[in-house]
Design a protein around this ligand. Sequence first.
Ligand SMILES: C[S@@+](CC[C@H](N)C(=O)[O-])C[C@H]1O[C@@H](n2cnc3c(N)ncnc32)[C@H](O)[C@@H]1O
Length: 215
Amino acid sequence: MTDAYTRTVQLSTEFIENGDPLGWFEALYATANGDPNAVPWARLTPNALLLDWLDRDLIRGKTAIVIGCGLGDDAEELAKRGLNVTGFDISESAIAWCDRRFPNSPVTYQVADLFALPEAWKGTFDFVLESYTIQAMPPELRAKAIPKIAELVASSGQLLVICRGREPEQDLTTVPFPLTKAELIGFQQAGLSEMEFEDLAEPGTVRRFRVRYEK
Ligand SMILES: C[S@@+](CC[C@H](N)C(=O)[O-])C[C@H]1O[C@@H](n2cnc3c(N)ncnc32)[C@H](O)[C@@H]1O
């Protein structure tokens, strides 16, 4: 049987080559048939880099939105910490899965595409979480995704980005496609101020960036 990562690479490569770089997410969730082992990023627990950051108590305000919320664990964690949370994902199957996992959740789960955001969301959220969504898009697409994410941040609001990191000379092969520091400058070009940049590179582990922005 094909493992989840191999299947993800096959599906994403096929869809990207056919000019549909966002179609593979729904295909992956739909064919997982409710088995989280078929979704490589499905940890069924909040991201440790989010938990550790939340413990610093830097969040101000009341409303939060989670970009590409997947199976909902990060959105649930933010709700547990008292925020009024919206989680959205382009995949209908992912959102249906969140609704099944958390039937009594205070989180509003919604199918939505980052590239066609509801007008009412723009400039609305005190805290925006982007974890591992833009790295799942080819570089030309994520350059367009970055300003869309920035649009969601309210005045004086915050954005936390967690992503894989790379040096520019490192080749991109298959998903996930790590980001360079230069690509992340797009958030500043979209009107946000970078407050903290953490390069979490440790020998023998995957290099990740965790960056906090403010508007
Ligand atoms: C690699 S997964 C990461 C999921 C989750 N954020 C996490 O940290 O585990 C990327 C997620 O983004 C969603 N996604 C991709 N493109 C999107 C778009 N244009 N709008 C909304 N969600 C999108 C996918 O369906 C998928 O659930």
